[in-house]
Design a protein around this ligand. Structure first.
Ligand SMILES: [Zn+2]
Length: 486
């Protein structure tokens, strides 16, 4: 008889849940962060309650999933079955099926993960099926009336008028609003039955604020806050910090082949190593990345964390700053866990106007990230191309150089726009580019001479892939020099 049982759990559909809000306006930033926080706390609650079943050892945890080693007793499997059914029931009751919880267990770590993956195919099975077969749905659509203005998943029972037009919301969204208001000051949570400030799955929560003494786990994720320290900066205000066009950049990044790495260690039974790697990766995404943002006077007021932990992150900021951040992120990753464990990072930065729901930009970034993963990976997809990290840095440098030439009137927007058009068409465009070069103006001053030299160098390499880089650099410059629409 084995003395250990491995338990693998995950909250499934996190991104959809976090972004599944109807708000596009001022409330969006606050609600997204509140939901992301709720997911972090759910993970704490699940691990905490599994700890009550017996001695646990955390193999890995972060980003909404965990693997634990549980000292098994006689009836442990029966107790896990009961725990899963009860936890799913509470989750369904509170979130209305927006987020699912899968839990699997086995005598080996690899088998526990397989069991968990199997649960994905039958979400809610534990609460939807009884001894006599399928049970009727706990909540029918007709019960959801009037629907909550924020989630549209639960009946509205509360009224708000505080921030913006009045809205009818459900109990959960009302609680999220209060959490959202606390977010700028919250560093973590403590599960408690006394003096609870909020409730989740029937558990009392006390927020841990700076100076309260460190929580077991940093739940703090940076979001830009107004100087008064109380209200979040809106996505419109973040976009206004961009150079040129008021666009947001949605940065999605994750570790390449992490699943394969887990599978390898898990098959080999090298769980100590797996524990170390996942702890270091979670440390990188949850703490090191956050430090990078907070310690930079340029990023701190502009970079918004939707989530960051486990092996991935989703950040939103001014488009130009997110491009720089992506490059810096990769550098920090390569110098840190990347070098230590021979891991690479892929990312996508997609641009979007700030007045539409963030999920549209996230969907784009997700599609783009797939393009990076489909090829040789270790790439960043942005500015209409798939780039190696060094190429991206070079292209951003070239783009900034073009902006500088524009600023000192060595290049004007019409020229940049025409040059961009030539790079997007095929061969004959080289003649047009050459013709344009003659009209660059007399190089009376140094910057104009440099701009012309750059144009000649592009022409000399016309047939090479570097033309793609030139196109991306021009796109960067055009976006950076677009006058604001208002
Ligand atoms: Zn709601």
């Amino acid at each position: 008889m084995s003395q250990k049982l491995y338990v693998a759990g995950e909250f499934y559909g996190i991104q959809k849940y976090v972004l599944g809000i109807t708000a596009a306006g001022a409330g969006q930033a606050k609600r997204l962060r509140a939901r992301s926080f709720v997911v972090q706390v759910l993970e704490e609650i699940a691990v905490d309650e599994l700890g009550e079943l017996g001695d646990i050892q955390v193999v890995m945890s972060g980003g909404g999933q965990f693997v634990l080693a549980l000292a098994t007793g006689e009836d442990m499997r029966a107790r896990l079955l009961a725990f899963r059914a009860e936890f799913q029931r509470r989750l369904f009751e509170e979130l209305g099926g927006e987020l699912s919880f899968n839990l699997g267990w086995a005598e080996s770590e690899a088998d526990a993960r397989r069991a968990r993956a199997g649960e994905r195919r039958r979400p809610w099975a534990a609460i939807m099926t009884g001894p006599d077969g399928w049970i009727h749905k706990p909540m029918r659509f007709s019960d959801i009336f009037p629907p909550c203005d924020v989630c549209r998943k639960r009946p509205a029972t509360e009224e708000w008028a505080a921030d913006g037009p009045p809205e009818s919301v459900c109990k959960r969204c009302d609680a999220d609003r209060r959490i959202g208001a606390e977010i700028p000051r919250v560093e973590g949570v403590r599960l408690t039955e006394q003096n609870a400030e909020a409730h989740l799955l029937g558990r009392g929560i006390r927020f841990v604020r700076p100076g309260d003494g460190g929580p077991g786990r940093m739940l703090h994720r940076h979001v830009p806050v107004h100087p008064n320290g109380n209200s979040l900066v809106t996505f419109e205000e973040i976009a206004a910090k961009a150079i040129g066009d008021d666009l947001l950049g949605v940065l999605k990044a994750d570790v390449d082949d992490f699943g394969a790495l887990i599978a390898r260690h898990s098959q080999a039974g090298s769980l100590e190593e797996l524990h170390r790697i996942s702890r270091d990766l979670d440390g990188f995404f949850s703490a090191a990345v956050q430090r990078m943002i907070v310690e930079s006077p340029e990023w701190k007021p502009a970079v918004y964390t939707v989530f960051s932990g486990g092996d991935d992150l989703l950040l939103v900021g001014p488009w130009d700053k997110m491009l720089d951040f992506a490059a810096a992120l990769e550098q920090a990753f390569s110098a840190g866990p990347g070098r230590l464990y021979n891991l690479k990072l892929s990312a996508a930065v997609s641009f979007m106007p700030p007045r539409i729901p963030i999920r549209h930009g996230v969907e784009r970034a997700e599609e783009d990230l797939k393009k990076a993963k489909a090829g040789s990976k270790n790439r960043c997809v942005t500015l209409h191309g798939v780039w190696g990290w060094e190429t991206l840095r070079r292209t951003l440098g070239e783009g900034r150089e073009l902006v500088r030439w524009w600023e000192c009137h060595a290049a004007n927007r019409d020229v940049l726009r025409r040059l961009y058009r030539y790079t997007t068409t095929d061969k004959p465009a080289a003649h047009l580019w050459a013709w344009e070069l003659r009209n660059f103006g007399s190089p009376r001053f140094e910057e104009a001479r440099l701009f012309r030299l750059w144009g000649k160098a592009v022409l000399a390499n016309w047939e090479k892939p570097s033309r793609e880089e030139t196109r991306a650099a021009l796109l960067y410059a055009l976006t950076a020099t677009r006058t604001r629409s208002h």
